[in-house]
Write a protein that binds this ligand. Structure first.
Ligand SMILES: C[S@@+](CC[C@H](N)C(=O)[O-])C[C@H]1O[C@@H](n2cnc3c(N)ncnc32)[C@H](O)[C@@H]1O
Length: 234
């Protein structure tokens, strides 16, 4: 049988799951993440949940194909974590979904304050970061991963208090001197280009002065962060 291989995005998430974890993979779809980790004895159990039956069927099929011990993986059809109990997971992965949906799922499961969270939002990153820090979570790490031409950000989150974020930090995540994050420089440059284009587009539409000022301040903040990051890399 062919070995199950993960794409760089899922591999980077798998790498952050602690040895021996009890994993809940929310929105599991094909269940590659829990199956990969179970096959390598990296986790002791998994709950793979999805709100849709089709993806869950794909997940069951993956587990059958790779002959995962059925006693170690439970498939649940439910919205977010509604069908998962706190004692079943010490690590929760919510990946490949919008940031606002991730926030809603966490908000409905306050027990996630006791867990390690691995979050990979596809959109609404500022809204997710804002929600996390306003709701007693703290972002321990932000890892940028490149897959094809796209950048993805993986947030490692625990319970805790954070200093307020600047608008630019809400946008691209907080950075620390000495952190190991090989794609961050290119990611910052990419985000800067996007905001510059957005600003040019905005100017053509005759925006309200306060909206324009906000966008210009965001851009200036991003430029400062890029300069700081590049100085740290020298
Ligand atoms: C793009 S796939 C991501 C699959 C996998 N987590 C990954 O990162 O590769 C998103 C999955 O989330 C599921 N989903 C969407 N909303 C959900 C919700 N409220 N609760 C649980 N699963 C949800 C979808 O059915 C789909 O299978």
């Amino acid at each position: 049988m062919k070995e199950l291989e993960l794409t760089p995005r899922l591999m980077a998430i798998a790498d952050q799951v602690p040895q021996g974890a009890k994993l809940a993979d929310v929105g599991t779809d094909h269940a590659y993440l829990p199956v990969y980790l179970l096959l390598r004895d990296r986790i002791c159990s998994a709950v793979a949940s999805d709100v849709n039956e089709g993806p869950l069927q794909r997940g069951r099929e993956t587990a059958r194909t790779y002959e995962v011990d059925e006693s170690k993986i439970a498939f649940r059809i439910c919205d977010g974590l509604a069908g998962v109990e706190s004692h079943e997971a010490d690590t929760v992965a919510i990946c490949g979904m919008g940031g606002e949906l991730i926030a809603r799922i966490l908000g409905a499961a306050p027990w996630t304050h006791e867990a390690l969270l691995l979050l990979q939002p596809m959109s609404s990153q500022p809204e997710l970061r804002q929600w996390l820090i306003a709701n007693g979570y703290t972002i321990q790490r932000e890892l940028v991963v490149k897959e094809g031409e796209k950048y993805y950000v993986i947030l490692t989150v625990t319970s805790g208090i954070s200093q307020p974020y600047t608008p630019a930090e809400l946008f691209v995540g907080r950075q620390q001197a000495g952190e190991v994050n090989p794609h961050r420089g290119a990611y910052l440059a990419d985000q800067l280009r996007r905001r510059e284009r957005a600003l040019q587009g905005m100017k053509q539409g005759n925006p309200a002065p306060e909206v324009l000022a906000q966008e210009e301040a965001l851009l200036a903040g991003l430029k400062d962060m890029e300069k700081e990051w590049n100085a740290w890399q020298r």
